[in-house]
Design a protein around this ligand. Structure first.
Ligand SMILES: NC(=O)C1=CN([C@@H]2O[C@H](COP(=O)(O)OP(=O)(O)OC[C@H]3O[C@@H](n4cnc5c(N)ncnc54)[C@H](O)[C@@H]3O)[C@@H](O)[C@H]2O)[C@@H](O)CC1
Ligand SMILES: [K+]
Length: 451
């Protein structure tokens, strides 16, 4: 953001002009929401506070009753300019009772814990009823890491200025933000900046398609039979033409249309028609599991590696293969385990996922409420999905979808992105409290949105 703002300023747009665009853009939202009700604007000492004075003045011009609360005088030149243009009432620390609150204490310049008078104000803001709007980011949130550096306030609306910050899509910050909207201030963001994933577009099979052309996916089963079946149920509905389960168990509950191959894994994996591999769900973590993982990865087919396999991957194993053929799909705990194994000591989710990708070459889909994809095409965040996905087995479904998409087109980054969207859409179709097998069952219905 700083680079993008600097580029705009180098191009002749002053910081004051940018602040006016940001403040006016935000004020339009606030005015509509206030709809005649009184508004309190909390202004901090930096440019986020500056935005607050612009918002307050704009509201006043529109006839809205507005009070500014500012415990400190502005410290930056541009915020001082904004302050000098505001003609209304300023209180220094009391939070007046009103129905709409606009929080402009700190933006991306927050650099340490919020304490003293600012913390007290945020605590009071957390406690009062009313519609709460965070300008740019909630004021106790570190905008790069999503870390909480002060009192937690639950906002109804967060207005990001000029571009999304990492915190807008990272836990725990994103959980406090309510509805998120972007206020355009005319900045051009660098092409390689982390971005929000755009809705994918999925093609129907070509007219001359047959099952192998559409992609043959092999799912490598292991000790526990349930998880690979769930993954297979999802994979069969996500585009691949042919899904095989390589297993040494009997699967009496498996669907009739799933082909189960029970011969030696190395023979199944020798099929040169294989388009992609999924290994990990239900694999187990013992010696046998390790061998199966090695055989699967030795095929050099693009692979989704999930669940138990993430505890077996290590630098030695990756040293024997082309790791750029692999996408890993760890949840928080698995990401921690991978970072330990690969000697990565980074703090935020983004830094850890990025370091894992850079160190190993693997594509990393760090899943969770704040899905994050790092790979050959950069970094992507995803819109917030259904929290009902937080149930056992949904990770197996996600891995099955990703592997199926991978079998279709062979692009790891694209497959992982599509999988997140399909998974969330399937959850959206089901509504509340579904099971993982119900989720797998509606993946084909979810496809319809993206065709
Ligand atoms: N630079 C630009 O071109 C634009 C900036 N904009 C706004 O400016 C914001 C960033 O402004 P700033 O960089 O001035 O930073 P902030 O306004 O976010 O806050 C930084 C100020 O607070 C102090 N501070 C940081 N942490 C503190 C803490 N824990 N307790 C007490 N004081 C603390 C800093 O010393 C500094 O004075 C953005 O989030 C956005 O709202 C917008 O006006 C758009 C244009
Ligand atoms: K803020």
């Amino acid at each position: 953001m700083r680079a993008a703002e600097q580029a705009a300023m180098d191009g002749g747009v002053s910081e004051w002009e940018l602040m006016q665009r940001a403040g006016e853009g935000a004020a339009q939202w606030v005015a509509r929401i206030a709809a005649g009700r009184a508004v309190t604007v909390l202004c901090g000492p930096g440019n986020n506070g500056g935005d607050g004075y612009v918002i307050a003045e704009s509201l006043k011009r529109r006839g809205v009753e507005v009070v500014v609360v500012a415990p400190r005088e502005p410290g930056t030149d541009t915020a001082k300019t904004a302050r000098s243009h505001f003609q209304g009432e300023i209180a220094d620390s009391e939070l007046p009772s009103s129905q709409v609150y606009v929080d402009c204490l700190f933006g991306y310049g927050l650099s340490r814990r919020v304490e003293g008078v600012f913390a007290e104000l945020l605590e009071r803001l957390a406690a009062v009823p009313g519609f709460k709007i965070a300008i740019d980011v909630p004021s106790s949130v570190a905008s790069d890491s999503g870390e909480l550096l002060g009192p937690e306030v639950s906002y109804d609306l967060t207005l990001a200025l000029g571009g999304w910050k990492l915190a807008h899509f990272t836990m725990p910050a994103m959980a406090m933000m309510g509805v998120k909207r972007l206020v355009d201030i005319g900045l051009a963001l660098p092409g390689d900046a982390p971005r929000l994933s755009v809705t994918p577009s999925i093609s129907a099979p070509a007219t001359d398609a047959h099952k192998y052309k559409r992609g043959l996916l092999a799912i490598v089963a292991g000790e526990m039979p349930g998880a690979p079946i769930l993954a297979a149920e999802a994979a069969m509905r996500a585009g691949a033409g042919y899904v095989k389960l390589a297993s040494e168990h009997s699967h009496p509950d498996a669907p009739a249309d799933l082909v189960i191959v029970d011969g030696p894994l190395s023979e199944t994996m020798a099929d040169d028609r294989l388009s992609a591999i999924l290994v990990g769900p239900g694999l187990g973590r013992g010696d046998d599991a390790r061998k199966r993982l090695q055989i699967a990865l030795a095929t050099s087919r693009p692979a989704i590696v999930d669940a138990d396999a993430l505890h077996l991957l290590d630098p030695e194993m990756l040293g024997q293969i082309d790791a750029s053929n692999i996408a890993v799909t760890p949840h928080e705990g698995e990401l921690t385990a991978l970072c330990r194994t690969f000697g990565i000591d980074a703090a935020s989710k983004l830094e850890r996922a990025r370091a894992l990708h850079e160190k190993t070459g693997m594509t990393v889909l760090a899943k969770g409420p704040d899905n994050l994809l790092v790979g050959a095409s950069g970094v992507r965040f995803f819109p917030t999905g259904s929290s009902w996905l937080s149930t056992a087995g949904t990770g197996d479904v996600l891995a099955g979808i990703a592997a199926s998409r991978l079998a279709v087109h062979g692009d790891l980054f694209k497959a992982c992105g599509e999988a997140v969207w399909l998974h969330q859409e399937a959850a959206h179709l089901l509504g509340p409290a579904f099971t993982a097998s119900e989720l797998a069952a509606v993946v084909s219905e979810a496809m319809e949105r993206f065709l």
